[in-house]
Design a protein around this ligand. Structure first.
Ligand SMILES: [Zn+2]
Length: 379
């Protein structure tokens, strides 16, 4: 019976849509007064229909928002329904989407990013009490946060054109990716999502919109459309990854991560290899390397403690420092920075060997760093 209300004859310029028992009535007008009058007429039609079917409107749950492009805001015009007066609000929430009176989607983006951050925080806390989240568990957490942010995105995706909204979305997404990649909190967004294997949130939202549009206009199966559009997302991601590493002024760490992980798609779609805390340091350069510690003002000099006059970059520690030649000769073999990705993707065995080298070296550097700090405490 309830569905019939959706097909009730309404005055021209008004429209009714509904989902479950949540119904939206829209009325348009050249000015606020006219729109309000249209709304009032449409509501009385619905009201009459309800009465005929022995139903009643839950007026206490009825809300109204006047949407316009009037810069100075619109006059508050009341709409009288039975014995109640509805006043226009700044925004209302329909099916989880915040609709604001100037169709700015910023309140919605704020709402979903807060929600995703809260969920992420709560789940991280709960899992910590169960022996700490593994990379797989953290991946699930991240996907929960990502789905919260992508919800109904074809409706509001244009919000991502604004820098302030992109920043809000990227901040929460970065938080999620940092957990998956076990990375230092200082790692840049573009690096941490790649190491975590998580496509950029803005790219995913644009992909959702493209899928939605194609389904709406051309038909075709959702699965095929999604597959093609995902391929497009990867092409765009690759382009922007290359750009961020090649642009003048790119940080040494972004260039490093790009050097060791130049190819986005095979890395993200690999079937083996979980990145842990040690591997993540090698891939990002943010770790217990003296160059990084020095840049962050944790040490006096960037030089390697074993090789006077040589900067201890991640490249030096992992590929060059004679102090680690033992483990390197045993397990790393011919791998260089430029072939690291190829070797990591080769097989689980190869991955594991490289991971042992990463663990040996970063653990030793961490121990040295801790020892140096304990010593300096005595002075
Ligand atoms: Zn050295």
């Amino acid at each position: 019976v309830y569905d019939d209300v959706l097909s009730v004859g309404l005055p021209e310029g008004t429209q009714i849509v509904g989902f479950a028992d949540d119904v939206v009535l829209t009325a348009t007008g050249c000015n606020p007064r006219q729109a309000a009058e249209e709304a009032r007429r449409a509501i009385s039609v619905v009201q009459r229909w309800m009465e005929e079917h022995s139903l009643s409107l839950a007026l206490e749950k009825t809300e109204m928002v006047m949407v316009s492009s009037m810069r100075l805001g619109h006059p508050r015009i009341p709409v009288r329904v039975v014995d109640r007066t509805l006043w226009s609000q700044r925004s209302l929430c329909y099916l989880g989407v915040q609709i604001e009176d100037h169709l700015s989607w910023n309140p919605h983006v704020r709402h979903i990013t807060n929600k995703a951050a809260t969920v992420l925080g709560a789940l991280q806390f709960m899992l910590r009490n169960h022996g700490g989240p593994s990379s797989t568990r953290r991946r699930i957490l991240a996907s929960v946060a990502t789905s919260i942010m992508r919800y109904a995105s074809p409706v509001w995706w244009k919000a991502t054109k604004l820098k302030c909204n992109r920043r809000l979305l990227n901040r929460v997404h970065r938080q999620a990716a940092k957990g998956v990649a076990s990375a230092f909190r200082t790692v840049k967004y573009e690096c941490v999502i790649l190491v975590a294997g998580m496509p950029p949130i803005i790219g995913l939202i644009e992909e959702d919109y493209r899928c939605h549009e194609r389904k709406r206009t051309t038909g075709g199966t959702s699965k095929d459309i999604r597959k093609e559009e995902r391929a497009e997302t990867f092409r765009r991601w690759q382009r922007s990854w290359d750009d961020s590493a090649n642009r003048t002024g790119a940080s040494r760490f972004v260039r490093w991560t790009h050097r060791v992980l130049p190819e986005v798609e095979p890395w993200v779609n690999r079937k083996h290899g979980l990145v842990n805390f040690h591997m993540s340091q090698i891939l990002t350069g943010h770790g217990f390397f003296r160059e990084y510690l020095w840049l962050k003002k944790f040490t006096q000099t960037p030089d390697c403690t074993q090789c006077p006059g040589v900067v201890e970059s991640v490249n030096h520690a992992f590929f060059e420092c004679p102090g680690f030649s033992d483990v390197r000769e045993r397990l790393l073999g011919p791998v260089t920075a430029d072939t690291l990705q190829e070797h990591l993707l080769h097989s689980q065995d190869r991955w594991n060997q490289i991971q042992v080298v990463a663990k040996t070296i970063t653990t030793e550097l961490q121990t040295r760093w801790r020892r140096a700090n304990v010593d300096s405490d005595h002075f």
